[in-house]
Design a protein around this ligand. Structure first.
Ligand code: PEP
Ligand code: MN
Length: 269
């Protein structure tokens, strides 16, 4: 079969889909400056190549923590600069783009917004890279078409992220669809990464699925970490401790080496 081949996407100082493996890591939500700074330093030390942290959180329960919003942006951006990692954060509304644009290196579109075509079109008018998570009940073809909403605006800097889909299974939060990763690599030009944190919702399953994602051909991973997962304001059960993240990074490096896909070094040195 003729594969399209992946068109690399550069995010600040590093590149997705160019043969080097990327690991985006950080907390689900930015909670305090201390929590974010500590997490940033630790994931950087362990070899993460990009830093994440949500300031706008789309939560199922409106009474759940909704994120710190713009008040966190300046310390979030400063922390990313200080550790020297590109910054990834979720944009949940087109009206946020302007304020985030100068500080964010990769805009994340969350699973709940994959069908928000006005948001995708607006991101297509920028030239900033966009990470599109698969909708939790989206067909692969719908996911690929969501990417077209961005590229049709002239912004070809799109990266796809498989984060699990809703199924009848309840032992995991979602069902990780690794066939979709291999398929998207074969049938689209976009780099594809995997988020084993939301895909499983279970800390002990994050590592095995991260390693499986490498074998499936993913160009990178997105992994949630927290200094104190038991007290995290969102997604604690799937958050890795720093020690677990550090161990997993060692395994990731080994498996990447086996598949001839060296880890990106990015700005970590
Ligand atoms: C997240 O990355 O924190 C997140 C909310 O992810 P998703 O949109 O995949 O649920
Ligand atoms: Mn999360």
């Amino acid at each position: 079969m003729q594969h399209l081949g992946t068109r690399p996407v550069t995010v600040a100082t590093t590149t997705f889909g160019g043969g080097r493996f990327q690991v985006i890591a950080g907390p689900c939500s930015v909670e305090t400056e201390a929590q974010f700074t500590e997490t940033a330093r630790q994931v950087h030390r362990s070899g993460a190549t990009l830093l994440r942290g949500g300031i706008y959180k789309l939560r199922t329960d409106p009474k759940s923590f909704q994120g710190l919003g713009l008040e966190a942006l300046s310390f979030v951006a400063r922390t990313a600069r200080e550790v020297g990692l590109p910054l990834v954060t979720e944009v949940t509304d087109p009206r946020q783009i302007e304020a985030l644009h100068a500080h964010v290196d990769l805009f994340q579109v969350g699973t709940r917004n994959m069908h928000n075509y006005d948001l995708l079109k607006e991101l297509g008018r920028t030239r900033k890279p966009v990470l599109i998570k698969r909708g939790l009940a989206a067909l692969v073809d719908e996911w690929l078409l969501a990417a077209r909403y961005v590229t049709d605006g002239g912004n070809t800097n799109v990266i796809l992220c498989e984060r699990g889909i809703r199924s009848f299974e309840k032992i995991t939060r979602n069902t990780l669809d690794l066939a979709a990763v291999a398929y998207a690599k074969q049938h689209s030009e976009f780099p594809v990464i995997v988020d084993p944190s939301h895909a499983t919702g279970v800390r002990d399953l994050v590592g095995p699925m991260a390693l499986a994602a490498i074998a499936a051909g993913a160009d990178g991973l997105l992994i949630e970490t927290h200094p104190d997962p038991a007290h995290a304001l969102s997604d604690g059960p799937q958050a890795l401790t720093f020690a677990d993240f550090d161990l997993l990074m060692g395994r990731i490096r080994e498996v990447c080496a086996f598949f001839g896909k060296p880890m990106a070094t990015g700005a970590q040195s």
